[in-house]
Design a protein around this ligand. Structure first.
Ligand code: FE2
Length: 378
């Protein structure tokens, strides 16, 4: 039996967040790993404290243990494309290419990277509207709710992402404004990572929405992160505003194979609990394939349908905002949660994190109804 202890962080959110203690990552037996994996798929976001000594190699090996035959980084080389919206946010560790450095401020040297200036993504660069400058340190937004996934080519969405907090600025709090016509707001620690449960999001659906979600697939855009590079986000970070600003398809890099365009179930099954998560990347979804073969391809309509499905699931009481401490190693079930960068730092607030995930060895597992449905690329 494993000696690992697992303590839920939020009694009110039983499937989101647990602290894992009494674990030695340098010497993790198969029994301990099984306990860790069960904790991950039960609580979906788990944190192991005091892991500052974890090397990039050890981080990559632990992440790979959840999917031993996974090979490359979750985005492969797609983030190298200069026009990708992900390009400025991720710096690859030269000796461990599955591991990326993210953060804020100037880093003279770190793991083979020299003189890098990291920039915490700020909503003013991505949202259609922005919080006025004078209020920018007190108020903030969810930057972009997402799944970590290339959603293109043969790169399946990673099963698990690991995040290690190497350096964390001293804490203050900020208030997230949804600014979406609701009065919703949420106080969060500075630079939190916000998580919501795809399972809770699914459970919030009406019976009609649930039937749609269980039987439909979503088609993602070709070269998704280039496609939206000229468009702007809704103020709640949950998908894009439809104003025709996407890069036209003929302005994107060529699509080598029709199968490079990913069409995935809306709902993904948890391997431990059997529950279904509503897992749609709202920013880059382009079409909805219905069970009867019809395809919803009006972009504004697609986005409105997806926003209606997802918005109840990001209500303030459903968000877990992790309060980072240096040495925190957080692992999350990327097939069961959405997450978002949050917050705005001052230039001199230095933050250094390492992120690792691997393109999965298999596609997400959907409900049987969509697993057996014919695929038609429209
Ligand atoms: Fe992410």
């Amino acid at each position: 039996m494993s000696a690992i202890t697992v303590s839920p962080i939020n009694p009110a959110k039983p499937d989101l967040g647990a602290l894992v203690d009494n674990i030695n990552l340098d010497n993790l037996s198969d029994t301990d790993f099984d306990a860790l994996s069960t904790a991950l798929y039960t609580y979906n976001v788990i944190c192991i404290r005091n892991q500052s000594k974890c090397t990039p190699k050890a981080q990559a090996e632990l992440t790979r243990r959840f999917d031993p035959t996974a090979r490359s980084y979750g985005h492969g080389k797609t983030i190298d494309a200069k026009r990708s919206i992900l390009h400025p946010d991720l710096k690859t560790i030269p000796h461990q290419p599955e591991v990326q450095v993210i953060g804020n401020g100037f880093i003279p040297a770190y793991e083979g990277l020299q003189n890098v200036t990291l920039k915490h993504p700020h909503h003013r660069t991505f949202h259609r509207t922005a919080i006025p400058e004078a209020q920018d340190l007190a108020f903030t937004r969810f930057y972009r709710w997402h799944i970590d996934a290339a959603l293109y080519g043969d790169l399946h969405p990673p099963l698990v992402t690991s995040l290690l907090a190497v350096q964390v600025p001293r804490g203050r709090t900020q208030t997230v404004l949804y600014d979406d016509g609701s009065d919703d707001r949420l106080d969060v620690p500075l630079g939190t990572t916000a998580f919501v449960s795809g399972y809770a999001m699914f459970d919030k659906l009406s019976p009609e929405q649930r039937a749609l979600a269980m039987t439909s697939r979503v088609e993602y855009a070709p070269h998704p992160y280039v496609w939206i590079s000229t468009a702007k986000s809704r103020s709640d970070g949950l998908g894009m505003v439809s104003e025709g600003k996407e890069v036209p398809l003929n302005g994107l890099p060529p699509v080598d194979r029709a199968t490079d365009i990913q069409i995935l179930p809306m709902v993904w099954r948890n391997p431990v609990t059997g529950r279904f998560a509503l897992q749609i990347h709202p920013a880059v979804v382009r079409k909805i394939h219905l069970r009867d073969g019809r395809v919803v391809d009006d972009l504004a309509e697609v986005r409105d349908i997806v926003h209606d499905l997802q918005r109840p699931g990001i209500a303030p009481e459903l968000v877990y905002a992790h309060d980072w401490r240096e040495g925190d190693l957080v692992l999350f079930n990327n097939h069961g949660v959405l997450h978002s960068v949050v917050g705005a730092f001052d230039r001199d607030e230095v933050r250094l994190f390492r992120q690792c995930n691997l393109a999965a060895s298999r596609p997400p597992v959907g409900p049987e109804a969509v697993e057996s449905a014919p695929v038609s690329v429209a």
